[in-house]
Design a protein around this ligand. Structure first.
Ligand SMILES: C[S@@+](CC[C@H](N)C(=O)[O-])C[C@H]1O[C@@H](n2cnc3c(N)ncnc32)[C@H](O)[C@@H]1O
Length: 196
């Protein structure tokens, strides 16, 4: 398989064939296969859940006794499961205590949030870092001790400061660039293992 556009098409086509709502699922699947993040029965929050492929995948992995709480500005209309709860909101200005009251404590926080890109790298990276910073704030408030945090970030100048901030709250930090990330993309996933 050639890399570049053909590779992107490969994932898009495969996602359609396998009934996933987006090709992004293969990024989470790869990370989960390696790090075993998603456990049966877990309560998982999925920030930036629309259109829903990560939530689809997590619902399968947590099973009937688990729960997925998705949050996005857009409504993921194609997901319906009794153990899927959706909160419509903007992570950047959502009230943290109200979110905690609604969602409660969670076992895993995932964030695949991404800004609308402008094509200007500096702006796009800054907006992505703002979203990632907010995802970390939510993790710090809602995540149970010893549990994990996975977050997408565009790797730019100030990325290292974000990584340092994550290390203050997690026992280990890993950087992961899954195969399904588009070759031209600056996105990388940061995994915080075991909330301190
Ligand atoms: C790459 S998509 C996520 C794809 C998703 N993981 C999936 O597998 O279907 C990024 C999402 O982040 C959401 N998003 C961006 N900014 C947000 C914000 N401030 N609050 C909540 N969601 C946001 C977008 O609406 C978009 O749906």
């Amino acid at each position: 398989m050639k890399k570049g556009n053909n590779w992107d098409d490969h994932y898009t086509k495969r996602a359609k064939e396998e009934n996933w709502l987006a090709r992004s699922v293969y990024k989470l699947e790869e990370i989960d296969r390696k790090h075993r993040l998603i456990k049966n029965g877990a309560r998982v929050m999925d920030l930036g859940c629309y259109p829903g492929s990560w939530s689809q995948y997590v619902l399968e992995k947590v099973g009937k006794n688990g729960e997925v709480i998705g949050l996005d500005i857009e409504i993921p209309q194609k997901i319906s499961a009794p153990n899927f709860r959706f909160i419509r909101g903007n992570a950047l200005n959502i009230d943290m205590e109200a979110l905690f009251q609604e969602a409660g404590e969670i076992d895993l926080l995932l964030s695949d949030m991404a800004p609308n890109t402008t094509g200007n790298n500096i702006t796009d990276c800054a907006r992505s870092l703002e979203l990632a910073g907010r995802a970390l704030d939510i993790a710090v408030r809602l995540l149970r001790k010893e549990h994990d945090f996975l977050c997408k970030v565009f790797e730019g100048e100030d990325f290292k400061y974000f990584k340092e901030r994550v290390s203050e709250y997690f026992g280990q930090v890993r950087l992961i660039r899954p195969l399904a990330v588009r070759k031209r993309s600056r996105e990388i996933y940061l995994l915080g293992i075991k909330r301190l």
